[in-house]
Every structure is written in C-alpha cells, then in structure tokens.
Design a protein around this ligand. Structure first.
Ligand SMILES: [Zn+2]
Length: 183
C-alpha cells in the first residue's frame, strides 16, 4: 500500500508545480487587447468623414450600364476628341458628377476655359474622391485621374493650370454628368 500513496503524493506535487509554471504566469499577464474597427475595403472616407460605398462591377456589368462611348472612355481609358464633348464650353453653375457612379467630383466654381476643348478644372471638389496614377500610354509619364469610388477614367492632371493651384484637370465630357444648381 505504500507505493500507491507515494505515487499519489508525487502526482499532487507535480500538478502543483506545473500550475505555477512560468508559461501560466505569462498567459495571465497579457495586457488586454484594444479593439479597433478595421477599415472596410468596401468604403472610402470623404473629406467630411463620411463613409462612401465603393462601386465595383465586372467589365461585363459596366458594358450593360454604360453607352459604347462611355465604356470606351471610362473603362478603357479612352479620350474623346477635343471640342466634341458637351461640357467643355459649359459655363452654367452646378456640379459635375461621375457619369459611371454618380459621385460628385468637380464644381463649376473651379472650372475654367483652358482652350483645349476639354472640360478643365483647377481642383476637384474633394481630393479624397479622386484617384491618381502615372500612365505612360503616349511615351512620357502623365498623371491619370480617376473616380476614387468606381475607378472610372476621367482624364489627366497637368501642372500648367491657373491659380490658386496651378493645376489643370483635363477631363472627358463623356466621363462627367452635369447637375445644374437650383439658384
Ligand atoms: Zn465613379
């Protein structure tokens, strides 16, 4: 009978030691995790801090919702002929929205006559709603301008614009819809 009691005592001692092992102590001393809200890949935040839902469609889906000319310019990054669009000479007050997703992108107060035959602006309504990328399509680097919400091609931005920014956002009329202001 002596041996089973000895085994039992050994087991109790072992359990007591392992319960106080450094690993256990380390686990109980972990600092509480701070819960953060992860940034969603389906939203972008505008300058006012609003969440703007991204518009994502397959090229086949875009083909169904855009005209052939819109699809060529907006999705295939084409360029309309100078002086051919309906907005280059528009002097009315209002908003210019993305023709593909409806996002407000430019205001008439930043539009000016660049003489190029394409609607030109010296700044967007909200920088955060504009996406820029370098393209080398015609042999030298240009900065392509896209709608940040749907990825639609708008045109290019150049540094030969008027004050106060010195920038010229040279856009396609096809990529924009004009919404006349009420007053
Ligand atoms: Zn858009």
């Amino acid at each position: 009978m002596k041996y089973p009691i000895l085994i039992l005592i050994t087991m109790i001692c072992f359990c007591h030691i392992s319960c106080k092992s450094p690993r256990q102590n380390k686990e109980t001393s972990i600092t509480p995790r701070i819960e953060t809200v992860p940034a969603s890949k389906d939203f972008i935040v505008n300058k006012r801090g609003d969440n703007i839902e991204l518009v994502t469609k397959t090229e086949e889906e875009w083909k169904k919702t855009l005209s052939a000319e819109e699809f060529y310019v907006i999705r295939n990054k084409g360029t309309e002929r100078a002086f051919s669009g309906d907005l280059w000479d528009n002097k009315q007050e209002g908003l210019y929205t993305c023709a593909a997703c409806g996002q407000v992108l430019f205001l008439s107060s930043a539009k000016y006559d660049s003489g190029t035959g394409w609607p030109s602006f010296f700044r967007p309504d909200d920088e955060l709603m504009i996406k820029k990328e370098t393209d080398h399509k015609i042999g030298y680097p240009r900065t392509e301008v896209m709608c940040a919400r749907c990825g639609g091609h708008l045109g290019h931005v150049f540094d030969d614009g008027p004050p106060p920014t010195g920038l010229r956002y040279c856009l396609n009329s096809v990529s924009l819809n004009f919404v006349k202001s009420d007053n």
